[in-house]
Design a binder for this molecule. Sequence first.
Ligand SMILES: Cc1ncc(COP(=O)(O)O)c(C=O)c1O
Length: 396
Amino acid sequence: MSSKKRNWKPQTALVHGGTLRSGFGETSEAMYLTQGYVYQTAQAAEARFKGEEPGFIYSRYANPTVDMFEKRMCALEGAEDARATASGMAAVTAALLCSVKAGDHIVAARALFGSCRWVVETLAPRYGIEATLVDGTDIANWEKAVRPNTKLFFLESPTNPTLEVVDIAAVAALANSIGARLVVDNVFATPLQQKPLQLGAHIVVYSATKHIDGQGRCLGGVILSDKKWIDENLHDYFRHTGPSLSPFNAWTLLKGLETLPLRVRQQTESAGKIADFLAEQPQIARVIYPGRADHPQAEIVKKQMSGGSTLICLDVKGGKQAAFALQNALDIVLISNNLGDAKSLITHPATTTHKNLSEEARAELGIGPGTLRLSVGLEDTDDLLEDIAQALKGAK
Ligand SMILES: Cc1ncc(COP(=O)(O)O)c(C=O)c1O
């Protein structure tokens, strides 16, 4: 059901990988908007259900357009297998819940996207799964948190929104030493700038809603791992709980993958220039940008990431009022809690994405009243710099 495995470079795999061309010979991938599939005979239906004959059964299980998206993601990530989901959170939840059972223990970095943190801190304990959150930037904290029943490690790197970077290889080595597994949420790095599986992680998850779509159109997610783990742990969960991606969204994401390298390259280049500009401005107290020499984990960035980031974290002097004034004075950059879009977007995490955390928890993560997260889009870099400069002047 998939194209032959070839030794393609990422840019080629993102255009051709996983293509399943129909008899009509279409150039652009077909959108198979179907719930079900028909069988020539009752015997054929029986054989397909028994697994004796290949083919699709029902789109909650698998669908040709979704299959193309999964195969293309595998080609990019260097993963054996993948399952696409309706959103990034469906991917994170499935990856975590399918890795543990009641009585097990999860260790997670405390710097997590708010909903991921809710799954670990609030949802998992309801089902008898214990969780410990640590400052993930020091491997000693991970080691200290390990218990005899630790089965899973979970981290995001760079983190949302403060762009903290965790040493993935070190956490993976610790996981392997105790027979646990490591799940990495690689959304901020994108599949192009960091390869968690090569660094030793066992499972990688994405919110495809972000850079993979990249044009603000649809939600989606994906889980990538080895075939054995997916067959044994995810297969039945997907069939029976239904977090499946719609074929329409899979098609949109396939089109997004074709231009992913071009977009991420341009957005990262702009973000690097904007981060350097912001660091020079007297109204800005701090800029965190992987790729700058003053990033708190610059050494790890160099070791495990191949690019900077399309995102910048900054602290505006003057707290919430000054941060709001800067946001309101921007013209091109839009105020939105999304990221990875073609449009530049700015977020005030303390009052939006991370508002459910206590003030102390936010302070622990470095999210202050003046913290802003800037997702750099595809606009001309000079126009963006000009917009930010005029907003800083206007917000004074
Ligand atoms: C790091 C991270 N993981 C997961 C998600 C969830 O993705 P989705 O909105 O597609 O459910 C997000 C969304 O912002 C995110 O930033």
